[in-house]
Structures are given as structure tokens and as C-alpha cells.
Ligand binder design. Structure first.
Ligand code: SF4
Length: 265
């Protein structure tokens, strides 16, 4: 079981910088069967095997109900890595369909899938959820938030779920998608097909392609977005919207100097 130093250094740096792990943690990897989660499980297994830092490792797959997810392959992969495997069958697909008119399928899906993962973790007595989001995901999420919800934010490398207190970690945030893809050969894993009908046709897919176009024209776009995501950067934004009371006070202050007709027109 091996992984080049490049990957181990990056992942360890991420774990340390964002204080992702404590000794004795019981970690569960959200295993969708895609390349990212297959790689994350393998990388954490290599880290667990080769380091003196003690933590438990398991994997959980949520069957969303969209169709065949190749459970035997995922089970066999976990057995090969000597990692306990939990499978939770759900009807999230039906909920996604039901709400498709009012909400984006992926946001409904992510919300309920997270809930299902928490349920598995509480049942199995686990405290850390490891998700396989990489650096490209973070940049895309940042751009999506800005474009579609008017918010300057992306997901955090380490965060805590409110009610359960479960720590959510993303140890791949310092690896690009291409690097994760390149690392998969060490795991000798084959991604399973996602049976979801929305797969490949999502808002994220659109933003991913948009980003590719922008980067083709100016390769610095990616690093500029990455740098803009960091706290401590120079930020110059308009002041927040004033309340009615504040506007009323300003009105009284200025009205002596301004022609009322000009203001009201
Ligand atoms: S593409 Fe399908 S499986 Fe993936 S988050 Fe969206 S709805 Fe869920």
C-alpha cells in the first residue's frame, strides 16, 4: 500500500493546518464511489497505516435510491483496505424529484445525504466525517455562491455540524481534481457509475465549464479565485444597506441643502 510523498505531504499539511484530527478520532469517509471518495479512503488508510497517529477509519455509502450503485464493488474495496463498510438505503431520490420545481436537486440531495450520514455515524458511535471535496470543488463553490446566491463564501476545510457536534473534515482541499485523479492509480480503484439522472447536468457542471473557459483565456483566474477565498485579503465592499431609521436621519440632515423635487423625482 503506497502513495507518493507529494500526496502524503499535502494531506498531512491540510490535516495539521486546519486541525482536522485528534488522537482516537473515529473517522467515517463518505464513500459515494466516485474517484474523489475512493482516493480519499485509500489516502487516509495509507496515513493510518504508516503513521503513529492513532485514529479509526470506516466508510459509509448512502444509497440515494436513483438506481444501481454497485454495492458489491464498494464492499469489496473496503474489505481490501480492511475498513468497515456501512450502507444506508434511503429514498432521497424521491424527495429530490418532489422538490425539483422549487429547489436545485443537488442542494436537496446534499442536505438529506448529510442527514443520512449523520444517522449512520451516530448509530456506529463515530465523531468525524471525512468528505472528498478537493481544491477545484472549493473554487467552484466560491464562484457559484457569488453568482447564484450573492454571497462571498465557500465550504470550510474543517467545520462542525450544529446539532450532532460531528466534525466535518475535507483533507483533499490542497489537491486539485487532476491530482486526485492521478492518485487513483495507487489505490487501484475504479470509480462506479453515478446512476443519478442529474449527474453531469448540474449548476456545478455549468460553473466548472465556465471556469475552464475563463482559465483558457487567462490561466491566472484559478489562483486569483483561490487567493480571494482566504481571510485577510484586501476586501473593499460597499457598506451594508442602511435601515429605514438611518435613512430617515440622513434625509433630515440633507433636506435643507437638497431641492425636495430633485430628491422625490
Ligand atoms: S448530481 Fe445527483 S447525486 Fe449528485 S448531488 Fe446532484 S442530485 Fe445528488
Amino acid at each position: 500500500m503506497k502513495l507518493p510523498k507529494f500526496y502524503l505531504r499535502r494531506i498531512w499539511r491540510t490535516i495539521m493546518e486546519f486541525e482536522m484530527l485528534e488522537k482516537g478520532d473515529k473517522v467515517v469517509v463518505g464513500l459515494s464511489g466516485g474517484k474523489d471518495s475512493l482516493f480519499l479512503l485509500y489516502a487516509l488508510k495509507v496515513i493510518q497505516t504508516n503513521s503513529k497517529f492513532p485514529f479509526e477509519l470506516a466508510a459509509a455509502t448512502i444509497d440515494l435510491g436513483f438506481g444501481e450503485i454497485n454495492e458489491p464493488y464498494l464492499r469489496e474495496y473496503c474489505e481490501r483496505l480492511s475498513v468497515p463498510f456501512y450502507l444506508e438505503k434511503t429514498d432521497i431520490a424521491a424527495i429530490v424529484e418532489e422538490k425539483a420545481e422549487e429547489k436545485s436537486p443537488c442542494s436537496t440531495c446534499s442536505f438529506y445525504r448529510r442527514g443520512a450520514l449523520v444517522k449512520v455515524m451516530q448509530r456506529e458511535g463515530k465523531n468525524v466525517l471525512a468528505l472528498a471535496h478537493h481544491q477545484d470543488d472549493a473554487v467552484e463553490t466560491f464562484l457559484m455562491s457569488l453568482l447564484y446566491s450573492g454571497q462571498i463564501k465557500t465550504f470550510l476545510p474543517t467545520t462542525y455540524l450544529d446539532k450532532s457536534g460531528i466534525r466535518v473534515i475535507r483533507p483533499l482541499v490542497y489537491l486539485t481534481e487532476a491530482e486526485v485523479k492521478g492518485g487513483l492509480k495507487y489505490a487501484e480503484a475504479k470509480p462506479v457509475k453515478n446512476p443519478c439522472p442529474y449527474s453531469g447536468n448540474t449548476q456545478r457542471e455549468y460553473v466548472k465549464n465556465l471556469l475552464k473557459t475563463l482559465i483558457r483565456d487567462n490561466p491566472n483566474v484559478y489562483t486569483h479565485l483561490l487567493s480571494a477565498m482566504r481571510e485577510g485579503k484586501h476586501i473593499e465592499l460597499w457598506p451594508k444597506v442602511k435601515s429605514r431609521q438611518e435613512m430617515h436621519e440622513l434625509y433630515l440632515r440633507y433636506m435643507g441643502a437638497v431641492d425636495r423635487d430633485d430628491y422625490n423625482s
